[in-house]
Design a protein around this ligand. Structure first.
Ligand code: BDP
Length: 711
């Protein structure tokens, strides 16, 4: 019956209710290449009758050709012939040096990695060209063409020119050598270190394909909480084997480096960055790394943060530490990504520490050092203001670090699409003359070196990311890394079309769900600028009452400061004055509760429960209303998804539906536990008509999750 209907559909060109040839488990990500329907399929057949490689053969052009053949075969049901003859309907891969006369393009604009896609007349034939200066550009262009085909764009009108705005577009894997993934919710680490370098899981290639399809060009293989072992010869050989798989896909390998490695591996008495023996050790180590991996990207370093060793152990500063490594890598063209995620001694306001330690060092870093800054000043919360370092260190390239894995956003069981979160930070106006995006892409301050990093959400789960929709967060990160100004809605539309359906109504419904989901999680976890209310250690579920941890700034009570008098962290001039770390125009707005957006209100202000909100409600009533709104949005997402059953293949539909049921239950739990707790503190009655929490506060407080994943 299936085939009969499909043929009927094709013949009539009708969008019949789809039929499912085979169960889908999500392994194919957005590179599914399932048969297109009707006109969409016909145009792929017409515009890719044959493939012509007008470029030197390399592993990278080979990867491009293989991908195109695979994609076209899947989408159009027919593999194009690979030929050197230009004929009508051909798809040509062309590099500048091989470009036929008559192909006018502004090649300079494309740079090393960019590409152009367009229709052209060559030797009298109506063809499509994928043009680039080099082979990586051709690979990216091939993926872009396939994306256009998959999303149903009119291929005859194709006219794209695209070059990445950010130089280093990287995933950071927080993967340990025993395959445990810190903050990972998608199974074990993909890297089977034990079997490397001999055994190369085919999945490594699929990983590389997926990343290349987005333009991701770097990957840090190991956890920032690094073991020195990664830098030993056997592990370098393993990393080299992975680098070999990734190389054709334009992806460089980087490693997290443990600062005390000279002591642990080299037997030195110190890791003092100004000690000549230590410097010599790192130089020799860098030479060894490059012998194993000639195109090695560089080191990522977490130093003097959460117990990691660093230059401050020897009375030196971050620049001393970073510059020592930079010196060792420089002759090989490597970079140091030095993380600014630090918080130590001064617990008066943790949000101030990175700025306090790093801003004064602006101008003191070597040219191949990038300081890597998390999107906000605390730690990957559902919502944070942008980090005050952006725009405040004009002499230093700053990388933006985003977290794709959802440590604080419900793990992989909650559908929370991060595109809007990423977009919000990138488009935030720093007040220093441009947005965060302009700082990160280097254009505001004239840096050639630029980088963006996403903490990966990838593991051995069949669907890679722990849930179908978490794939979209990987995807959105990659697309924004390439062009930080792409609209989150546009990205979500492309992802849905590639991953689920191009049928307009279904596609729009899914996109709407995705775009609403980020505000929903903010509402049901930490509305109005609240943050870090998650339970201890694992960060799963609500724990606003927790106040007994060894460090004050690990406790939720430290962050919300709720009491009879009110709630919120006063970071205004009357409090910690963290707001003064922002540019004056921003600081002015956020210093006054009346000009602070409600979304950030309690991040910057401690206000009485009866504070009058712009909505006309009291702060207390507004807080409850936001928790309710979050729960309602998730219920609505569930309803929308249920209605999409005819449009989605059964296996993935059922899986998402089951996850949404968990999310709906946990959103209620979050709401109820937080309202129960805050009510116990405020002593106020629930606003009229409010549903009381299902259980007592004590019942929520008694919950324990000893085996929550990702710790
Ligand atoms: C926090 C995580 C912790 C990481 C740390 C970091 O809880 O597991 O090691 O960030 O970024 O979000 O270094």
């Amino acid at each position: 019956m299936t085939t009969v209907f499909r043929w009927l559909g094709l013949l009539l060109g009708l969008a019949l209710a789809p039929t499912w040839a085979a169960a889908e488990d999500g392994y194919d990500l957005w590179l599914r290449y399932r048969p297109l329907a009707g006109a969409a399929q016909a145009q792929v057949q017409a515009r890719a009758r044959s493939l012509v490689l007008a470029a030197p053969t390399s592993p990278t052009t080979q990867a491009a050709v293989t991908e195109l053949r695979r994609g076209i075969q899947g989408l159009a049901g027919r593999e194009p012939e690979l030929t050197s003859r230009v004929s009508p309907g051909a798809l040509l891969l062309v590099t500048r040096a091989q470009a036929p006369a008559g192909l006018a393009l502004s090649w300079e604009e494309l740079g090393r990695e960019g590409y152009a896609l367009r229709r052209a007349t060559l030797q009298g034939a109506d063809v499509t060209v994928i043009a680039a200066n080099g082979d990586v550009g051709l690979l990216y262009g091939s993926f872009a063409w396939l994306r256009a085909a998959q999303t149903g764009e009119d291929l005859s009108k194709l006219d794209q020119r695209s070059a990445p705005k950010v130089a280093l577009r990287m995933l950071n894997h927080w993967d340990n050598l025993d395959r445990h993934v810190e903050r990972g919710y998608a199974g074990a680490s993909l890297w089977d270190w034990w079997k490397l370098p001999d055994i190369l899981d085919p999945r490594y290639t699929d990983y590389a394909r997926a990343n290349a399809s987005l333009g991701i060009n770097g990957t840090v293989l190991n956890n920032v909480n690094a073991k020195a072992d990664s830098l030993t010869a056997p592990y370098l050989a393993k990393a080299a084997a992975l680098a070999g798989v990734f190389r054709p896909y334009g992806i460089k390998v980087y490693l997290s480096a443990r600062f005390s490695a000279p002591v642990e591996l080299g037997g030195l008495k110190t890791a003092d960055p100004l000690d000549p023996a230590v410097r010599a050790w790192w130089k020799a180590k860098a030479d060894e790394v490059y012998r194993a991996i000639p195109d090695f990207g560089g080191f990522l370093v977490k130093a003097n943060s959460e117990g990691q060793p660093g230059p401050q152990d020897y009375g030196r500063n971050h620049a001393d530490g970073a510059n020592m490594l930079a010196e060792a890598l420089a002759p090989h063209g490597g970079v140091v990504l030095w993380r600014a995620f630090v918080y130590a001694a001064d617990a008066s306001d943790r949000a101030k520490q990175a700025y306090a330690e790093f801003q004064p060092l602006d101008g003191r870093f070597a040219p191949n050092v990038i300081v890597q800054v998390k999107n906000g000043p605390i730690d990957f919360q559902p919502r944070e203001p942008f980090h005050p370092l952006f725009g405040a260190m004009p002499k230093t390239p700053l990388a933006l670090e985003l977290q794709i894995t959802k440590e604080y956003l419900g793990f992989s069981t909650h559908l929370v699409h991060l595109g809007p979160l990423f977009e919000e930070v990138l488009q935030a106006d720093t007040g220093h003359g441009g947005t965060v995006a302009r700082v990160v892409d280097g254009s505001l301050e004239g840096h050639k070196l630029s980088a963006i990093a996403g903490v990966a959400n990838i593991g051995t789960d069949r669907n890679w990311s722990g849930s179908q929709f978490d794939q979209a967060n990987w995807y959105a990160f990659g697309r924004l890394a390439w062009d930080p100004d792409t609209k989150a809605g546009r990205i979500a539309r492309d992802w849905v079309a590639q991953t689920f359906t191009t049928r307009p109504a279904a596609r729009d419904a899914i996109v709407d769900m995705m775009l609403a989901s980020r505000e929903a999680v903010v509402d049901y976890m930490t509305p109005l600028g609240l943050h870090h209310l998650m339970d201890t250690g694992h960060h799963y579920g609500p724990g606003p009452w927790v106040n007994n941890l060894e460090r004050a700034d690990w406790n939720p009570t430290y962050f919300h400061k709720a009491g009879r008098d009110g709630i919120g962290f006063d970071r205004s001039p009357t409090g910690s004055n963290a707001v003064a770390q922002y540019a004056p125009s921003v600081a002015r707005l956020w210093s006054d509760p009346r000009t602070t957006p409600p979304e950030l209100l309690l991040w910057f202000h401690h206000l009485p429960w009866d504070y009058a909100m712009p909505s006309g409600r009291t702060l207390w009533a507004e807080l409850v209303a936001r928790y309710d709104r979050g729960v309602a949005t998730v219920d609505d997402m569930r309803r929308r998804w249920a209605a999409l059953e005819p449009d989605i293949d059964p296996q993935r539909h059922a899986e998402v539906a089951a996850y949404l049921a968990v999310q709906a239950r946990e959103a209620r739990w979050w709401r109820d536990a937080c309202i129960a707790y805050f009510q116990s503190v405020s002593g106020l009655p629930l606003p009229a008509g409010t549903r009381p929490p299902e259980q007592s506060l004590a019942a929520y407080q008694a919950l324990r999750f000893g085996f929550a994943p990702g710790r």
